[in-house]
Design a protein around this ligand. Structure first.
Ligand code: EPU
Length: 343
């Protein structure tokens, strides 16, 4: 079914809850709809939106927003062994697929539990948490190629996946409309427990199951991150920067001047580079809980900017963003990049 709404309200379709509109909103629920919709007669440009959980609208959108609401989870025979494959509609809620997998005792997406957003976006953004990224379970992607005017199957390995990065965000931007993602899950145990405090959150004698890991991750996320039902946000606002060892040594020096000679700066090694949590820098610069109008740096996880009043404007969010970027650039010589896409 194709549904076209002119001058549509997007405030309930972006998790930041910005009160913005688009010139037209098109909803489709099948690949046939995609072929039949007459996009050329609708306001341009066209943008594809999933659950709206990683976007910040700077104002009303002058073009057409397309929501691919294709549903369905279908098991696929691809190759024998301990892998099981599911082709999932781009419009399915990603966490519902995580719940489905955990209920079946299948391994793969459990560490990604409770990440907001839809299946199509998981393949664009390479969502990640607790040592797992979507790319680890993406086998292939089916999409409409707007250049060649045909449906294509793209292998996950060809998407140039990196930290919150993929060809869909760069070289292929605007080219493909994702309709299905095929995920590869495992029937045998594949627990990933080494990120942050995950291992110590699991009782030592517990039998590891995807369900237990899912529940543990949900517990951790609920403590740290705002409840999307109550407070608007787009999850992590910035990417964690990856810097050289020399640069990191200078940051340690600054941090020890501020916090004492024994102070340990949190970090992760990424090859011969160092990833420093942006949350740590934001906290060190005194931004926790800081407000600008209705926008606020979240107290429990300062990587998240929230719409605290429920009426924050895009300018207030961006004002706070710029203040954080400028302060961190001056103090640590690092330019933070937003993870949230600005429209
Ligand atoms: N930290 C502080 N102060 C704080 C909070 C955190 O100093 O108030 C430091 C701590 O050292 C902590 C470190 O930051 O160990 C990392 O914090 P956390 O484990 O919460 O993860 P993160 O790096 O801030 C990333 C993802 C999250 C994901 C978590 C867990 C990005 C941009 N964000 O955050 O993803 O849930 O790891 O894997 O990589 C999202 O993308 O929306 C998201 C929530």
């Amino acid at each position: 079914m194709i549904n076209v709404t002119r001058s549509a309200d997007l405030s309930t379709r972006n998790t930041f809850r910005m009160k913005v509109r688009c010139a037209a909103l098109v909803e489709i629920s099948s690949e046939e709809d995609l072929l039949q919709a007459d996009f050329a007669s609708l306001p341009q440009p066209l943008m594809v939106m999933g659950g709206g959980s990683n976007l910040l609208f700077r104002g009303d959108f002058p073009g057409t927003v397309l929501h691919v609401g294709i549903k369905g989870v279908e098991e696929k025979e691809i190759s024998p062994g301990d892998a099981v494959y599911f082709r999932v509609g781009a419009g399915e809620v990603f966490d519902e697929f995580c719940a489905f997998a955990a209920a079946k005792g299948l391994w793969g997406p459990e560490n990604l539990s409770l990440i907001p957003g839809e299946v199509g976006a998981s393949a664009v953004q390479n969502i990640g948490a607790y040592g797992v990224e979507a790319k680890d379970i993406i086998h292939s992607i089916r999409a409409w190629d707007t250049q060649e005017k045909c449906f294509v199957d793209i292998q996950g390995a060809d998407c140039a996946y990196g930290y919150r990065a993929s060809n869909f965000k760069t070289a292929w931007k605007g080219r493909y409309i994702i309709t299905y993602v095929t995920y590869r899950l495992w029937t045998t145990p594949h627990p990933i427990l080494d990120y942050g405090g995950l291992r110590k959150s699991i009782p030592e004698c517990a039998t590891l199951t995807p369900g237990l890991l899912r529940d543990t991750i949900i517990g951790i996320r609920r403590k740290k991150l705002p409840d999307p039902e109550e407070t608007g946000s787009a999850g992590s606002f910035f990417c964690n920067p990856v810097i050289s060892q020399e640069h990191f040594a200078r940051i340690v020096e600054t941090a020890r001047k501020d916090n004492g000679p024994e102070y340990e700066v949190p970090h992760y090694e990424v090859g011969d580079m160092i990833k420093v949590p942006a949350a740590w820098m934001i906290e060190q610069c005194g931004f926790k809980g800081q407000r600008l109008g209705g926008a606020q740096v979240y107290q429990n996880q300062p990587l998240v900017i929230v719409n605290a009043s429920g009426h924050a404007t895009p300018d207030e969010i961006i004002g706070l963003e710029n203040k954080i970027i400028d302060t961190i650039r001056t103090k640590y010589g690092i330019t933070l990049h937003p993870e949230v896409e600005h429209i």
